[in-house]
Design a protein around this ligand. Structure first.
Ligand SMILES: *Cc1c(COP(=O)(O)O)cnc(C)c1O
Length: 392
């Protein structure tokens, strides 16, 4: 993959001994988020799913282009409220506790994505106790892939701990008719992750077509539909971005006056702005295959282990070699890049074809800005954490 000159310049300034390190290219993030916003119809609200990367400086950049942030825990809620104060927060995710709901109500959370009738009852009680009201979207169990309309919504959904099927939605409607501290504002559905524009649009259409009737039956005026995130990110083709323009045109066809459509992508927003830079510690052959062991590993960058892919990367050649013995390396061949952990799962990229790779060279892993550092089992083996740098 191509390493931007800004990142290359930073590597040269830092030197290999300062690695491993993460670099967040905030300038690139700013431009990317602006392009997403520009591809969406003005009426569509753009929230960012904080769990993809909660870095405070990234959140502040995203605040320029987004309408709000989706948080999935009390911890994320307090972090986002501090990092980007006065930005609307939507509180989603399974297993919300009574304490988290109370904190969220006090923080003025703008929307609650409710996962079950029990959670709805808890929220109502908490809001009543606090003398306030909560605005609610009910999270729907994602509809299936084929067909359309209400029947498919019921039949297509698979058993899942997330969201509610039609039976639970009905139970919520029954509860809502007797509650006065929660206001139903619409529905939410996060379909899956890694979907292309047409698949996301088909799901959105099913949710909205079902939701219009369902919300009208509950007396909801000006309903809102949160269409979730899950926009595809192709780690095998870093230059191929999600079809935001196509998606935006589809949403424009779906949108109606008097309704609000909202999206909450995470990965496709921040994945591209992050780099994990490290140095090669050793290169060797084993039973005919070449391996390069780098400083750090999947305890810093768990993404390839979590997703089962090869993290895209590039070699940055470092000429210096001062040891009196020969420099281990390979040229014009495939090499598997592993980390420092004592487990065969610590693989960052398999059989990468390199022109040359030697101990002491730098490897830059791209697409490390989402579900990367923050999902990594950082304490395993007690290696030092990476440094963090920002390009503005
Ligand atoms: C994880 C999640 C998102 C973001 O998903 P991406 O695949 O990162 O876009 C959005 N909404 C909900 C409810 C989620 O759980």
């Amino acid at each position: 993959m191509i390493v931007p000159s800004r990142v290359l310049g930073l590597v040269r300034r830092l030197g290999p001994d300062a690695l491993p390190a993460y670099v967040y290219d905030l300038g690139a993030l700013d431009a990317h988020a602006a392009a997403i916003r520009a591809a969406l119809p003005r009426s569509v609200e753009f929230y960012y799913a904080v769990k993809a990367n909660p870095d405070a400086r990234a959140l502040r950049v995203l605040a320029r282009h987004t309408d709000g942030f989706e948080v999935s825990s009390g911890g994320e809620l307090e972090h986002a409220a501090a990092a980007v104060p006065d930005h609307p927060l939507a509180f989603g995710g399974p297993g919300k506790t009574a304490d988290e709901l109370a904190i969220a109500l006090k923080a003025g959370t703008s929307r609650f994505h409710v996962e079950s009738p029990h959670e709805l009852a808890m929220l109502d009680a908490s809001a009543r106790a606090g003398g306030t009201q909560a605005d609610v979207l009910l999270r729907v169990n994602p509809p299936g892939r084929s067909g359309g309309g209400q029947a498919q919504l019921v039949m297509g959904g698979k058993p899942s701990p997330f969201g509610m099927d039609l039976g639970l939605l009905r139970a919520c409607a029954e509860l809502l008719s007797r509650m006065d501290a929660v206001r139903l504002r619409g529905l939410h559905a996060h379909l899956a992750s890694g979907l292309e524009a047409d698949d996301l649009l088909a799901g959105a259409r099913r949710l909205v077509e079902f939701g219009r009737d369902w919300c009208a039956a509950q007396g909801v005026r000006a309903p809102e539909f949160n269409l979730g995130g899950g926009m595809a990110v192709d780690y095998a083709r870093p230059e191929a971005l999600f079809g935001w323009a196509r998606y935006g045109r589809g949403l424009a066809r779906l949108a109606r006056d008097g309704e609000t459509l909202r999206i909450e992508p995470g990965r496709a927003v921040t994945a591209y702005c992050g780099w994990y830079l490290t140095r090669v510690l050793d290169v060797k052959r084993s039973h005919g295959e070449a391996f390069a062991v780098v400083a750090g590993g999947t305890h810093h960058l768990r993404t390839p282990a979590a997703k089962g892919h090869d993290q895209p990367c590039a070699v940055i050649s470092v000429p210096d070699w001062t040891a009196p013995w020969p420099r281990p390396g390979v040229s014009a061949q495939a090499v598997t890049i592993t980390g420092q952990l004592c487990t065969p799962k610590d693989v960052l990229a398999r059989r990468v074809t390199v022109k040359r790779l030697r101990a002491g060279d730098v490897v830059a892993f791209g697409m490390a800005g989402a579900y990367a550092w923050n999902i990594s089992h950082r304490d395993f083996l007690m290696h030092p954490p990476p440094a963090f740098h920002y390009l503005t």
